[in-house]
Unconditional design. Sequence first.
Length: 250
Amino acid sequence: MTARLMWKDARNPRPRPARRGLRALEWIFLIAGLLALDCFMWVTTSSVLYQAYEDWAFDQTLRGLTPSASGFLKDEARWLWTGASEQAPKAEAPPGTLPAPNEPLNEAAPAMRSVIGRLEIPRLNLSVMVREGADEGTLRRAVGHIPGTALPGKLGNMGLAGHRDTFFRELRNIREDDAIEFQTARGTYRYLVKSTRIVTPRDVSVLAASGGQNLTLVTCYPFYYVGSAPKRFIVSAEAAIPQRQRPPGS
């Protein structure tokens, strides 16, 4: 009887503690990987949907229409079935100009996380909605207008921040004299890239106020760095003002 039990135990050895530990680790890593993938898909999907809706809603507003979620879904369904939306292509806001002498340079700051316009860099095929604020919740879904910097069409330095691995990834290919457009309900403001540089995160001089209309784009650097990037990539641009709009004596 004892010999039979010993033979049975030899055929079905008990799992060793080390092997059980490895199996537990495998399950832990598998679950962690699935959770990370699920989180990535959720963040990416919500960002794409947010940009799509706000881009559509912005065009509706420029046409004097009232955007709604049901209208967006109907327009998207129509596009999927027919390849064309009900409305015409993107509406054009009037060209922006320097503030008039009697126009106040200061105005109430936009509400946090409210949409203030659309940033476009035609050569890079970059088009992204811009919200007020530079917190993580804002930057996950849009480019953020840095609070305290100038607003579109106002004298000063307007600062915009975006993630290097999403909306501002294309900035790695930007060049001097590239055109940048910022479209708002009040007008479209155009800028030309003057320079790019790499600075430390503590260098806040890049956002210093100016006497003209300037635009500064900020993102992390290097673009393909794994983890928290140690530096910042800065794009400096100036307003492209037609000769007829330049201040007298300039």
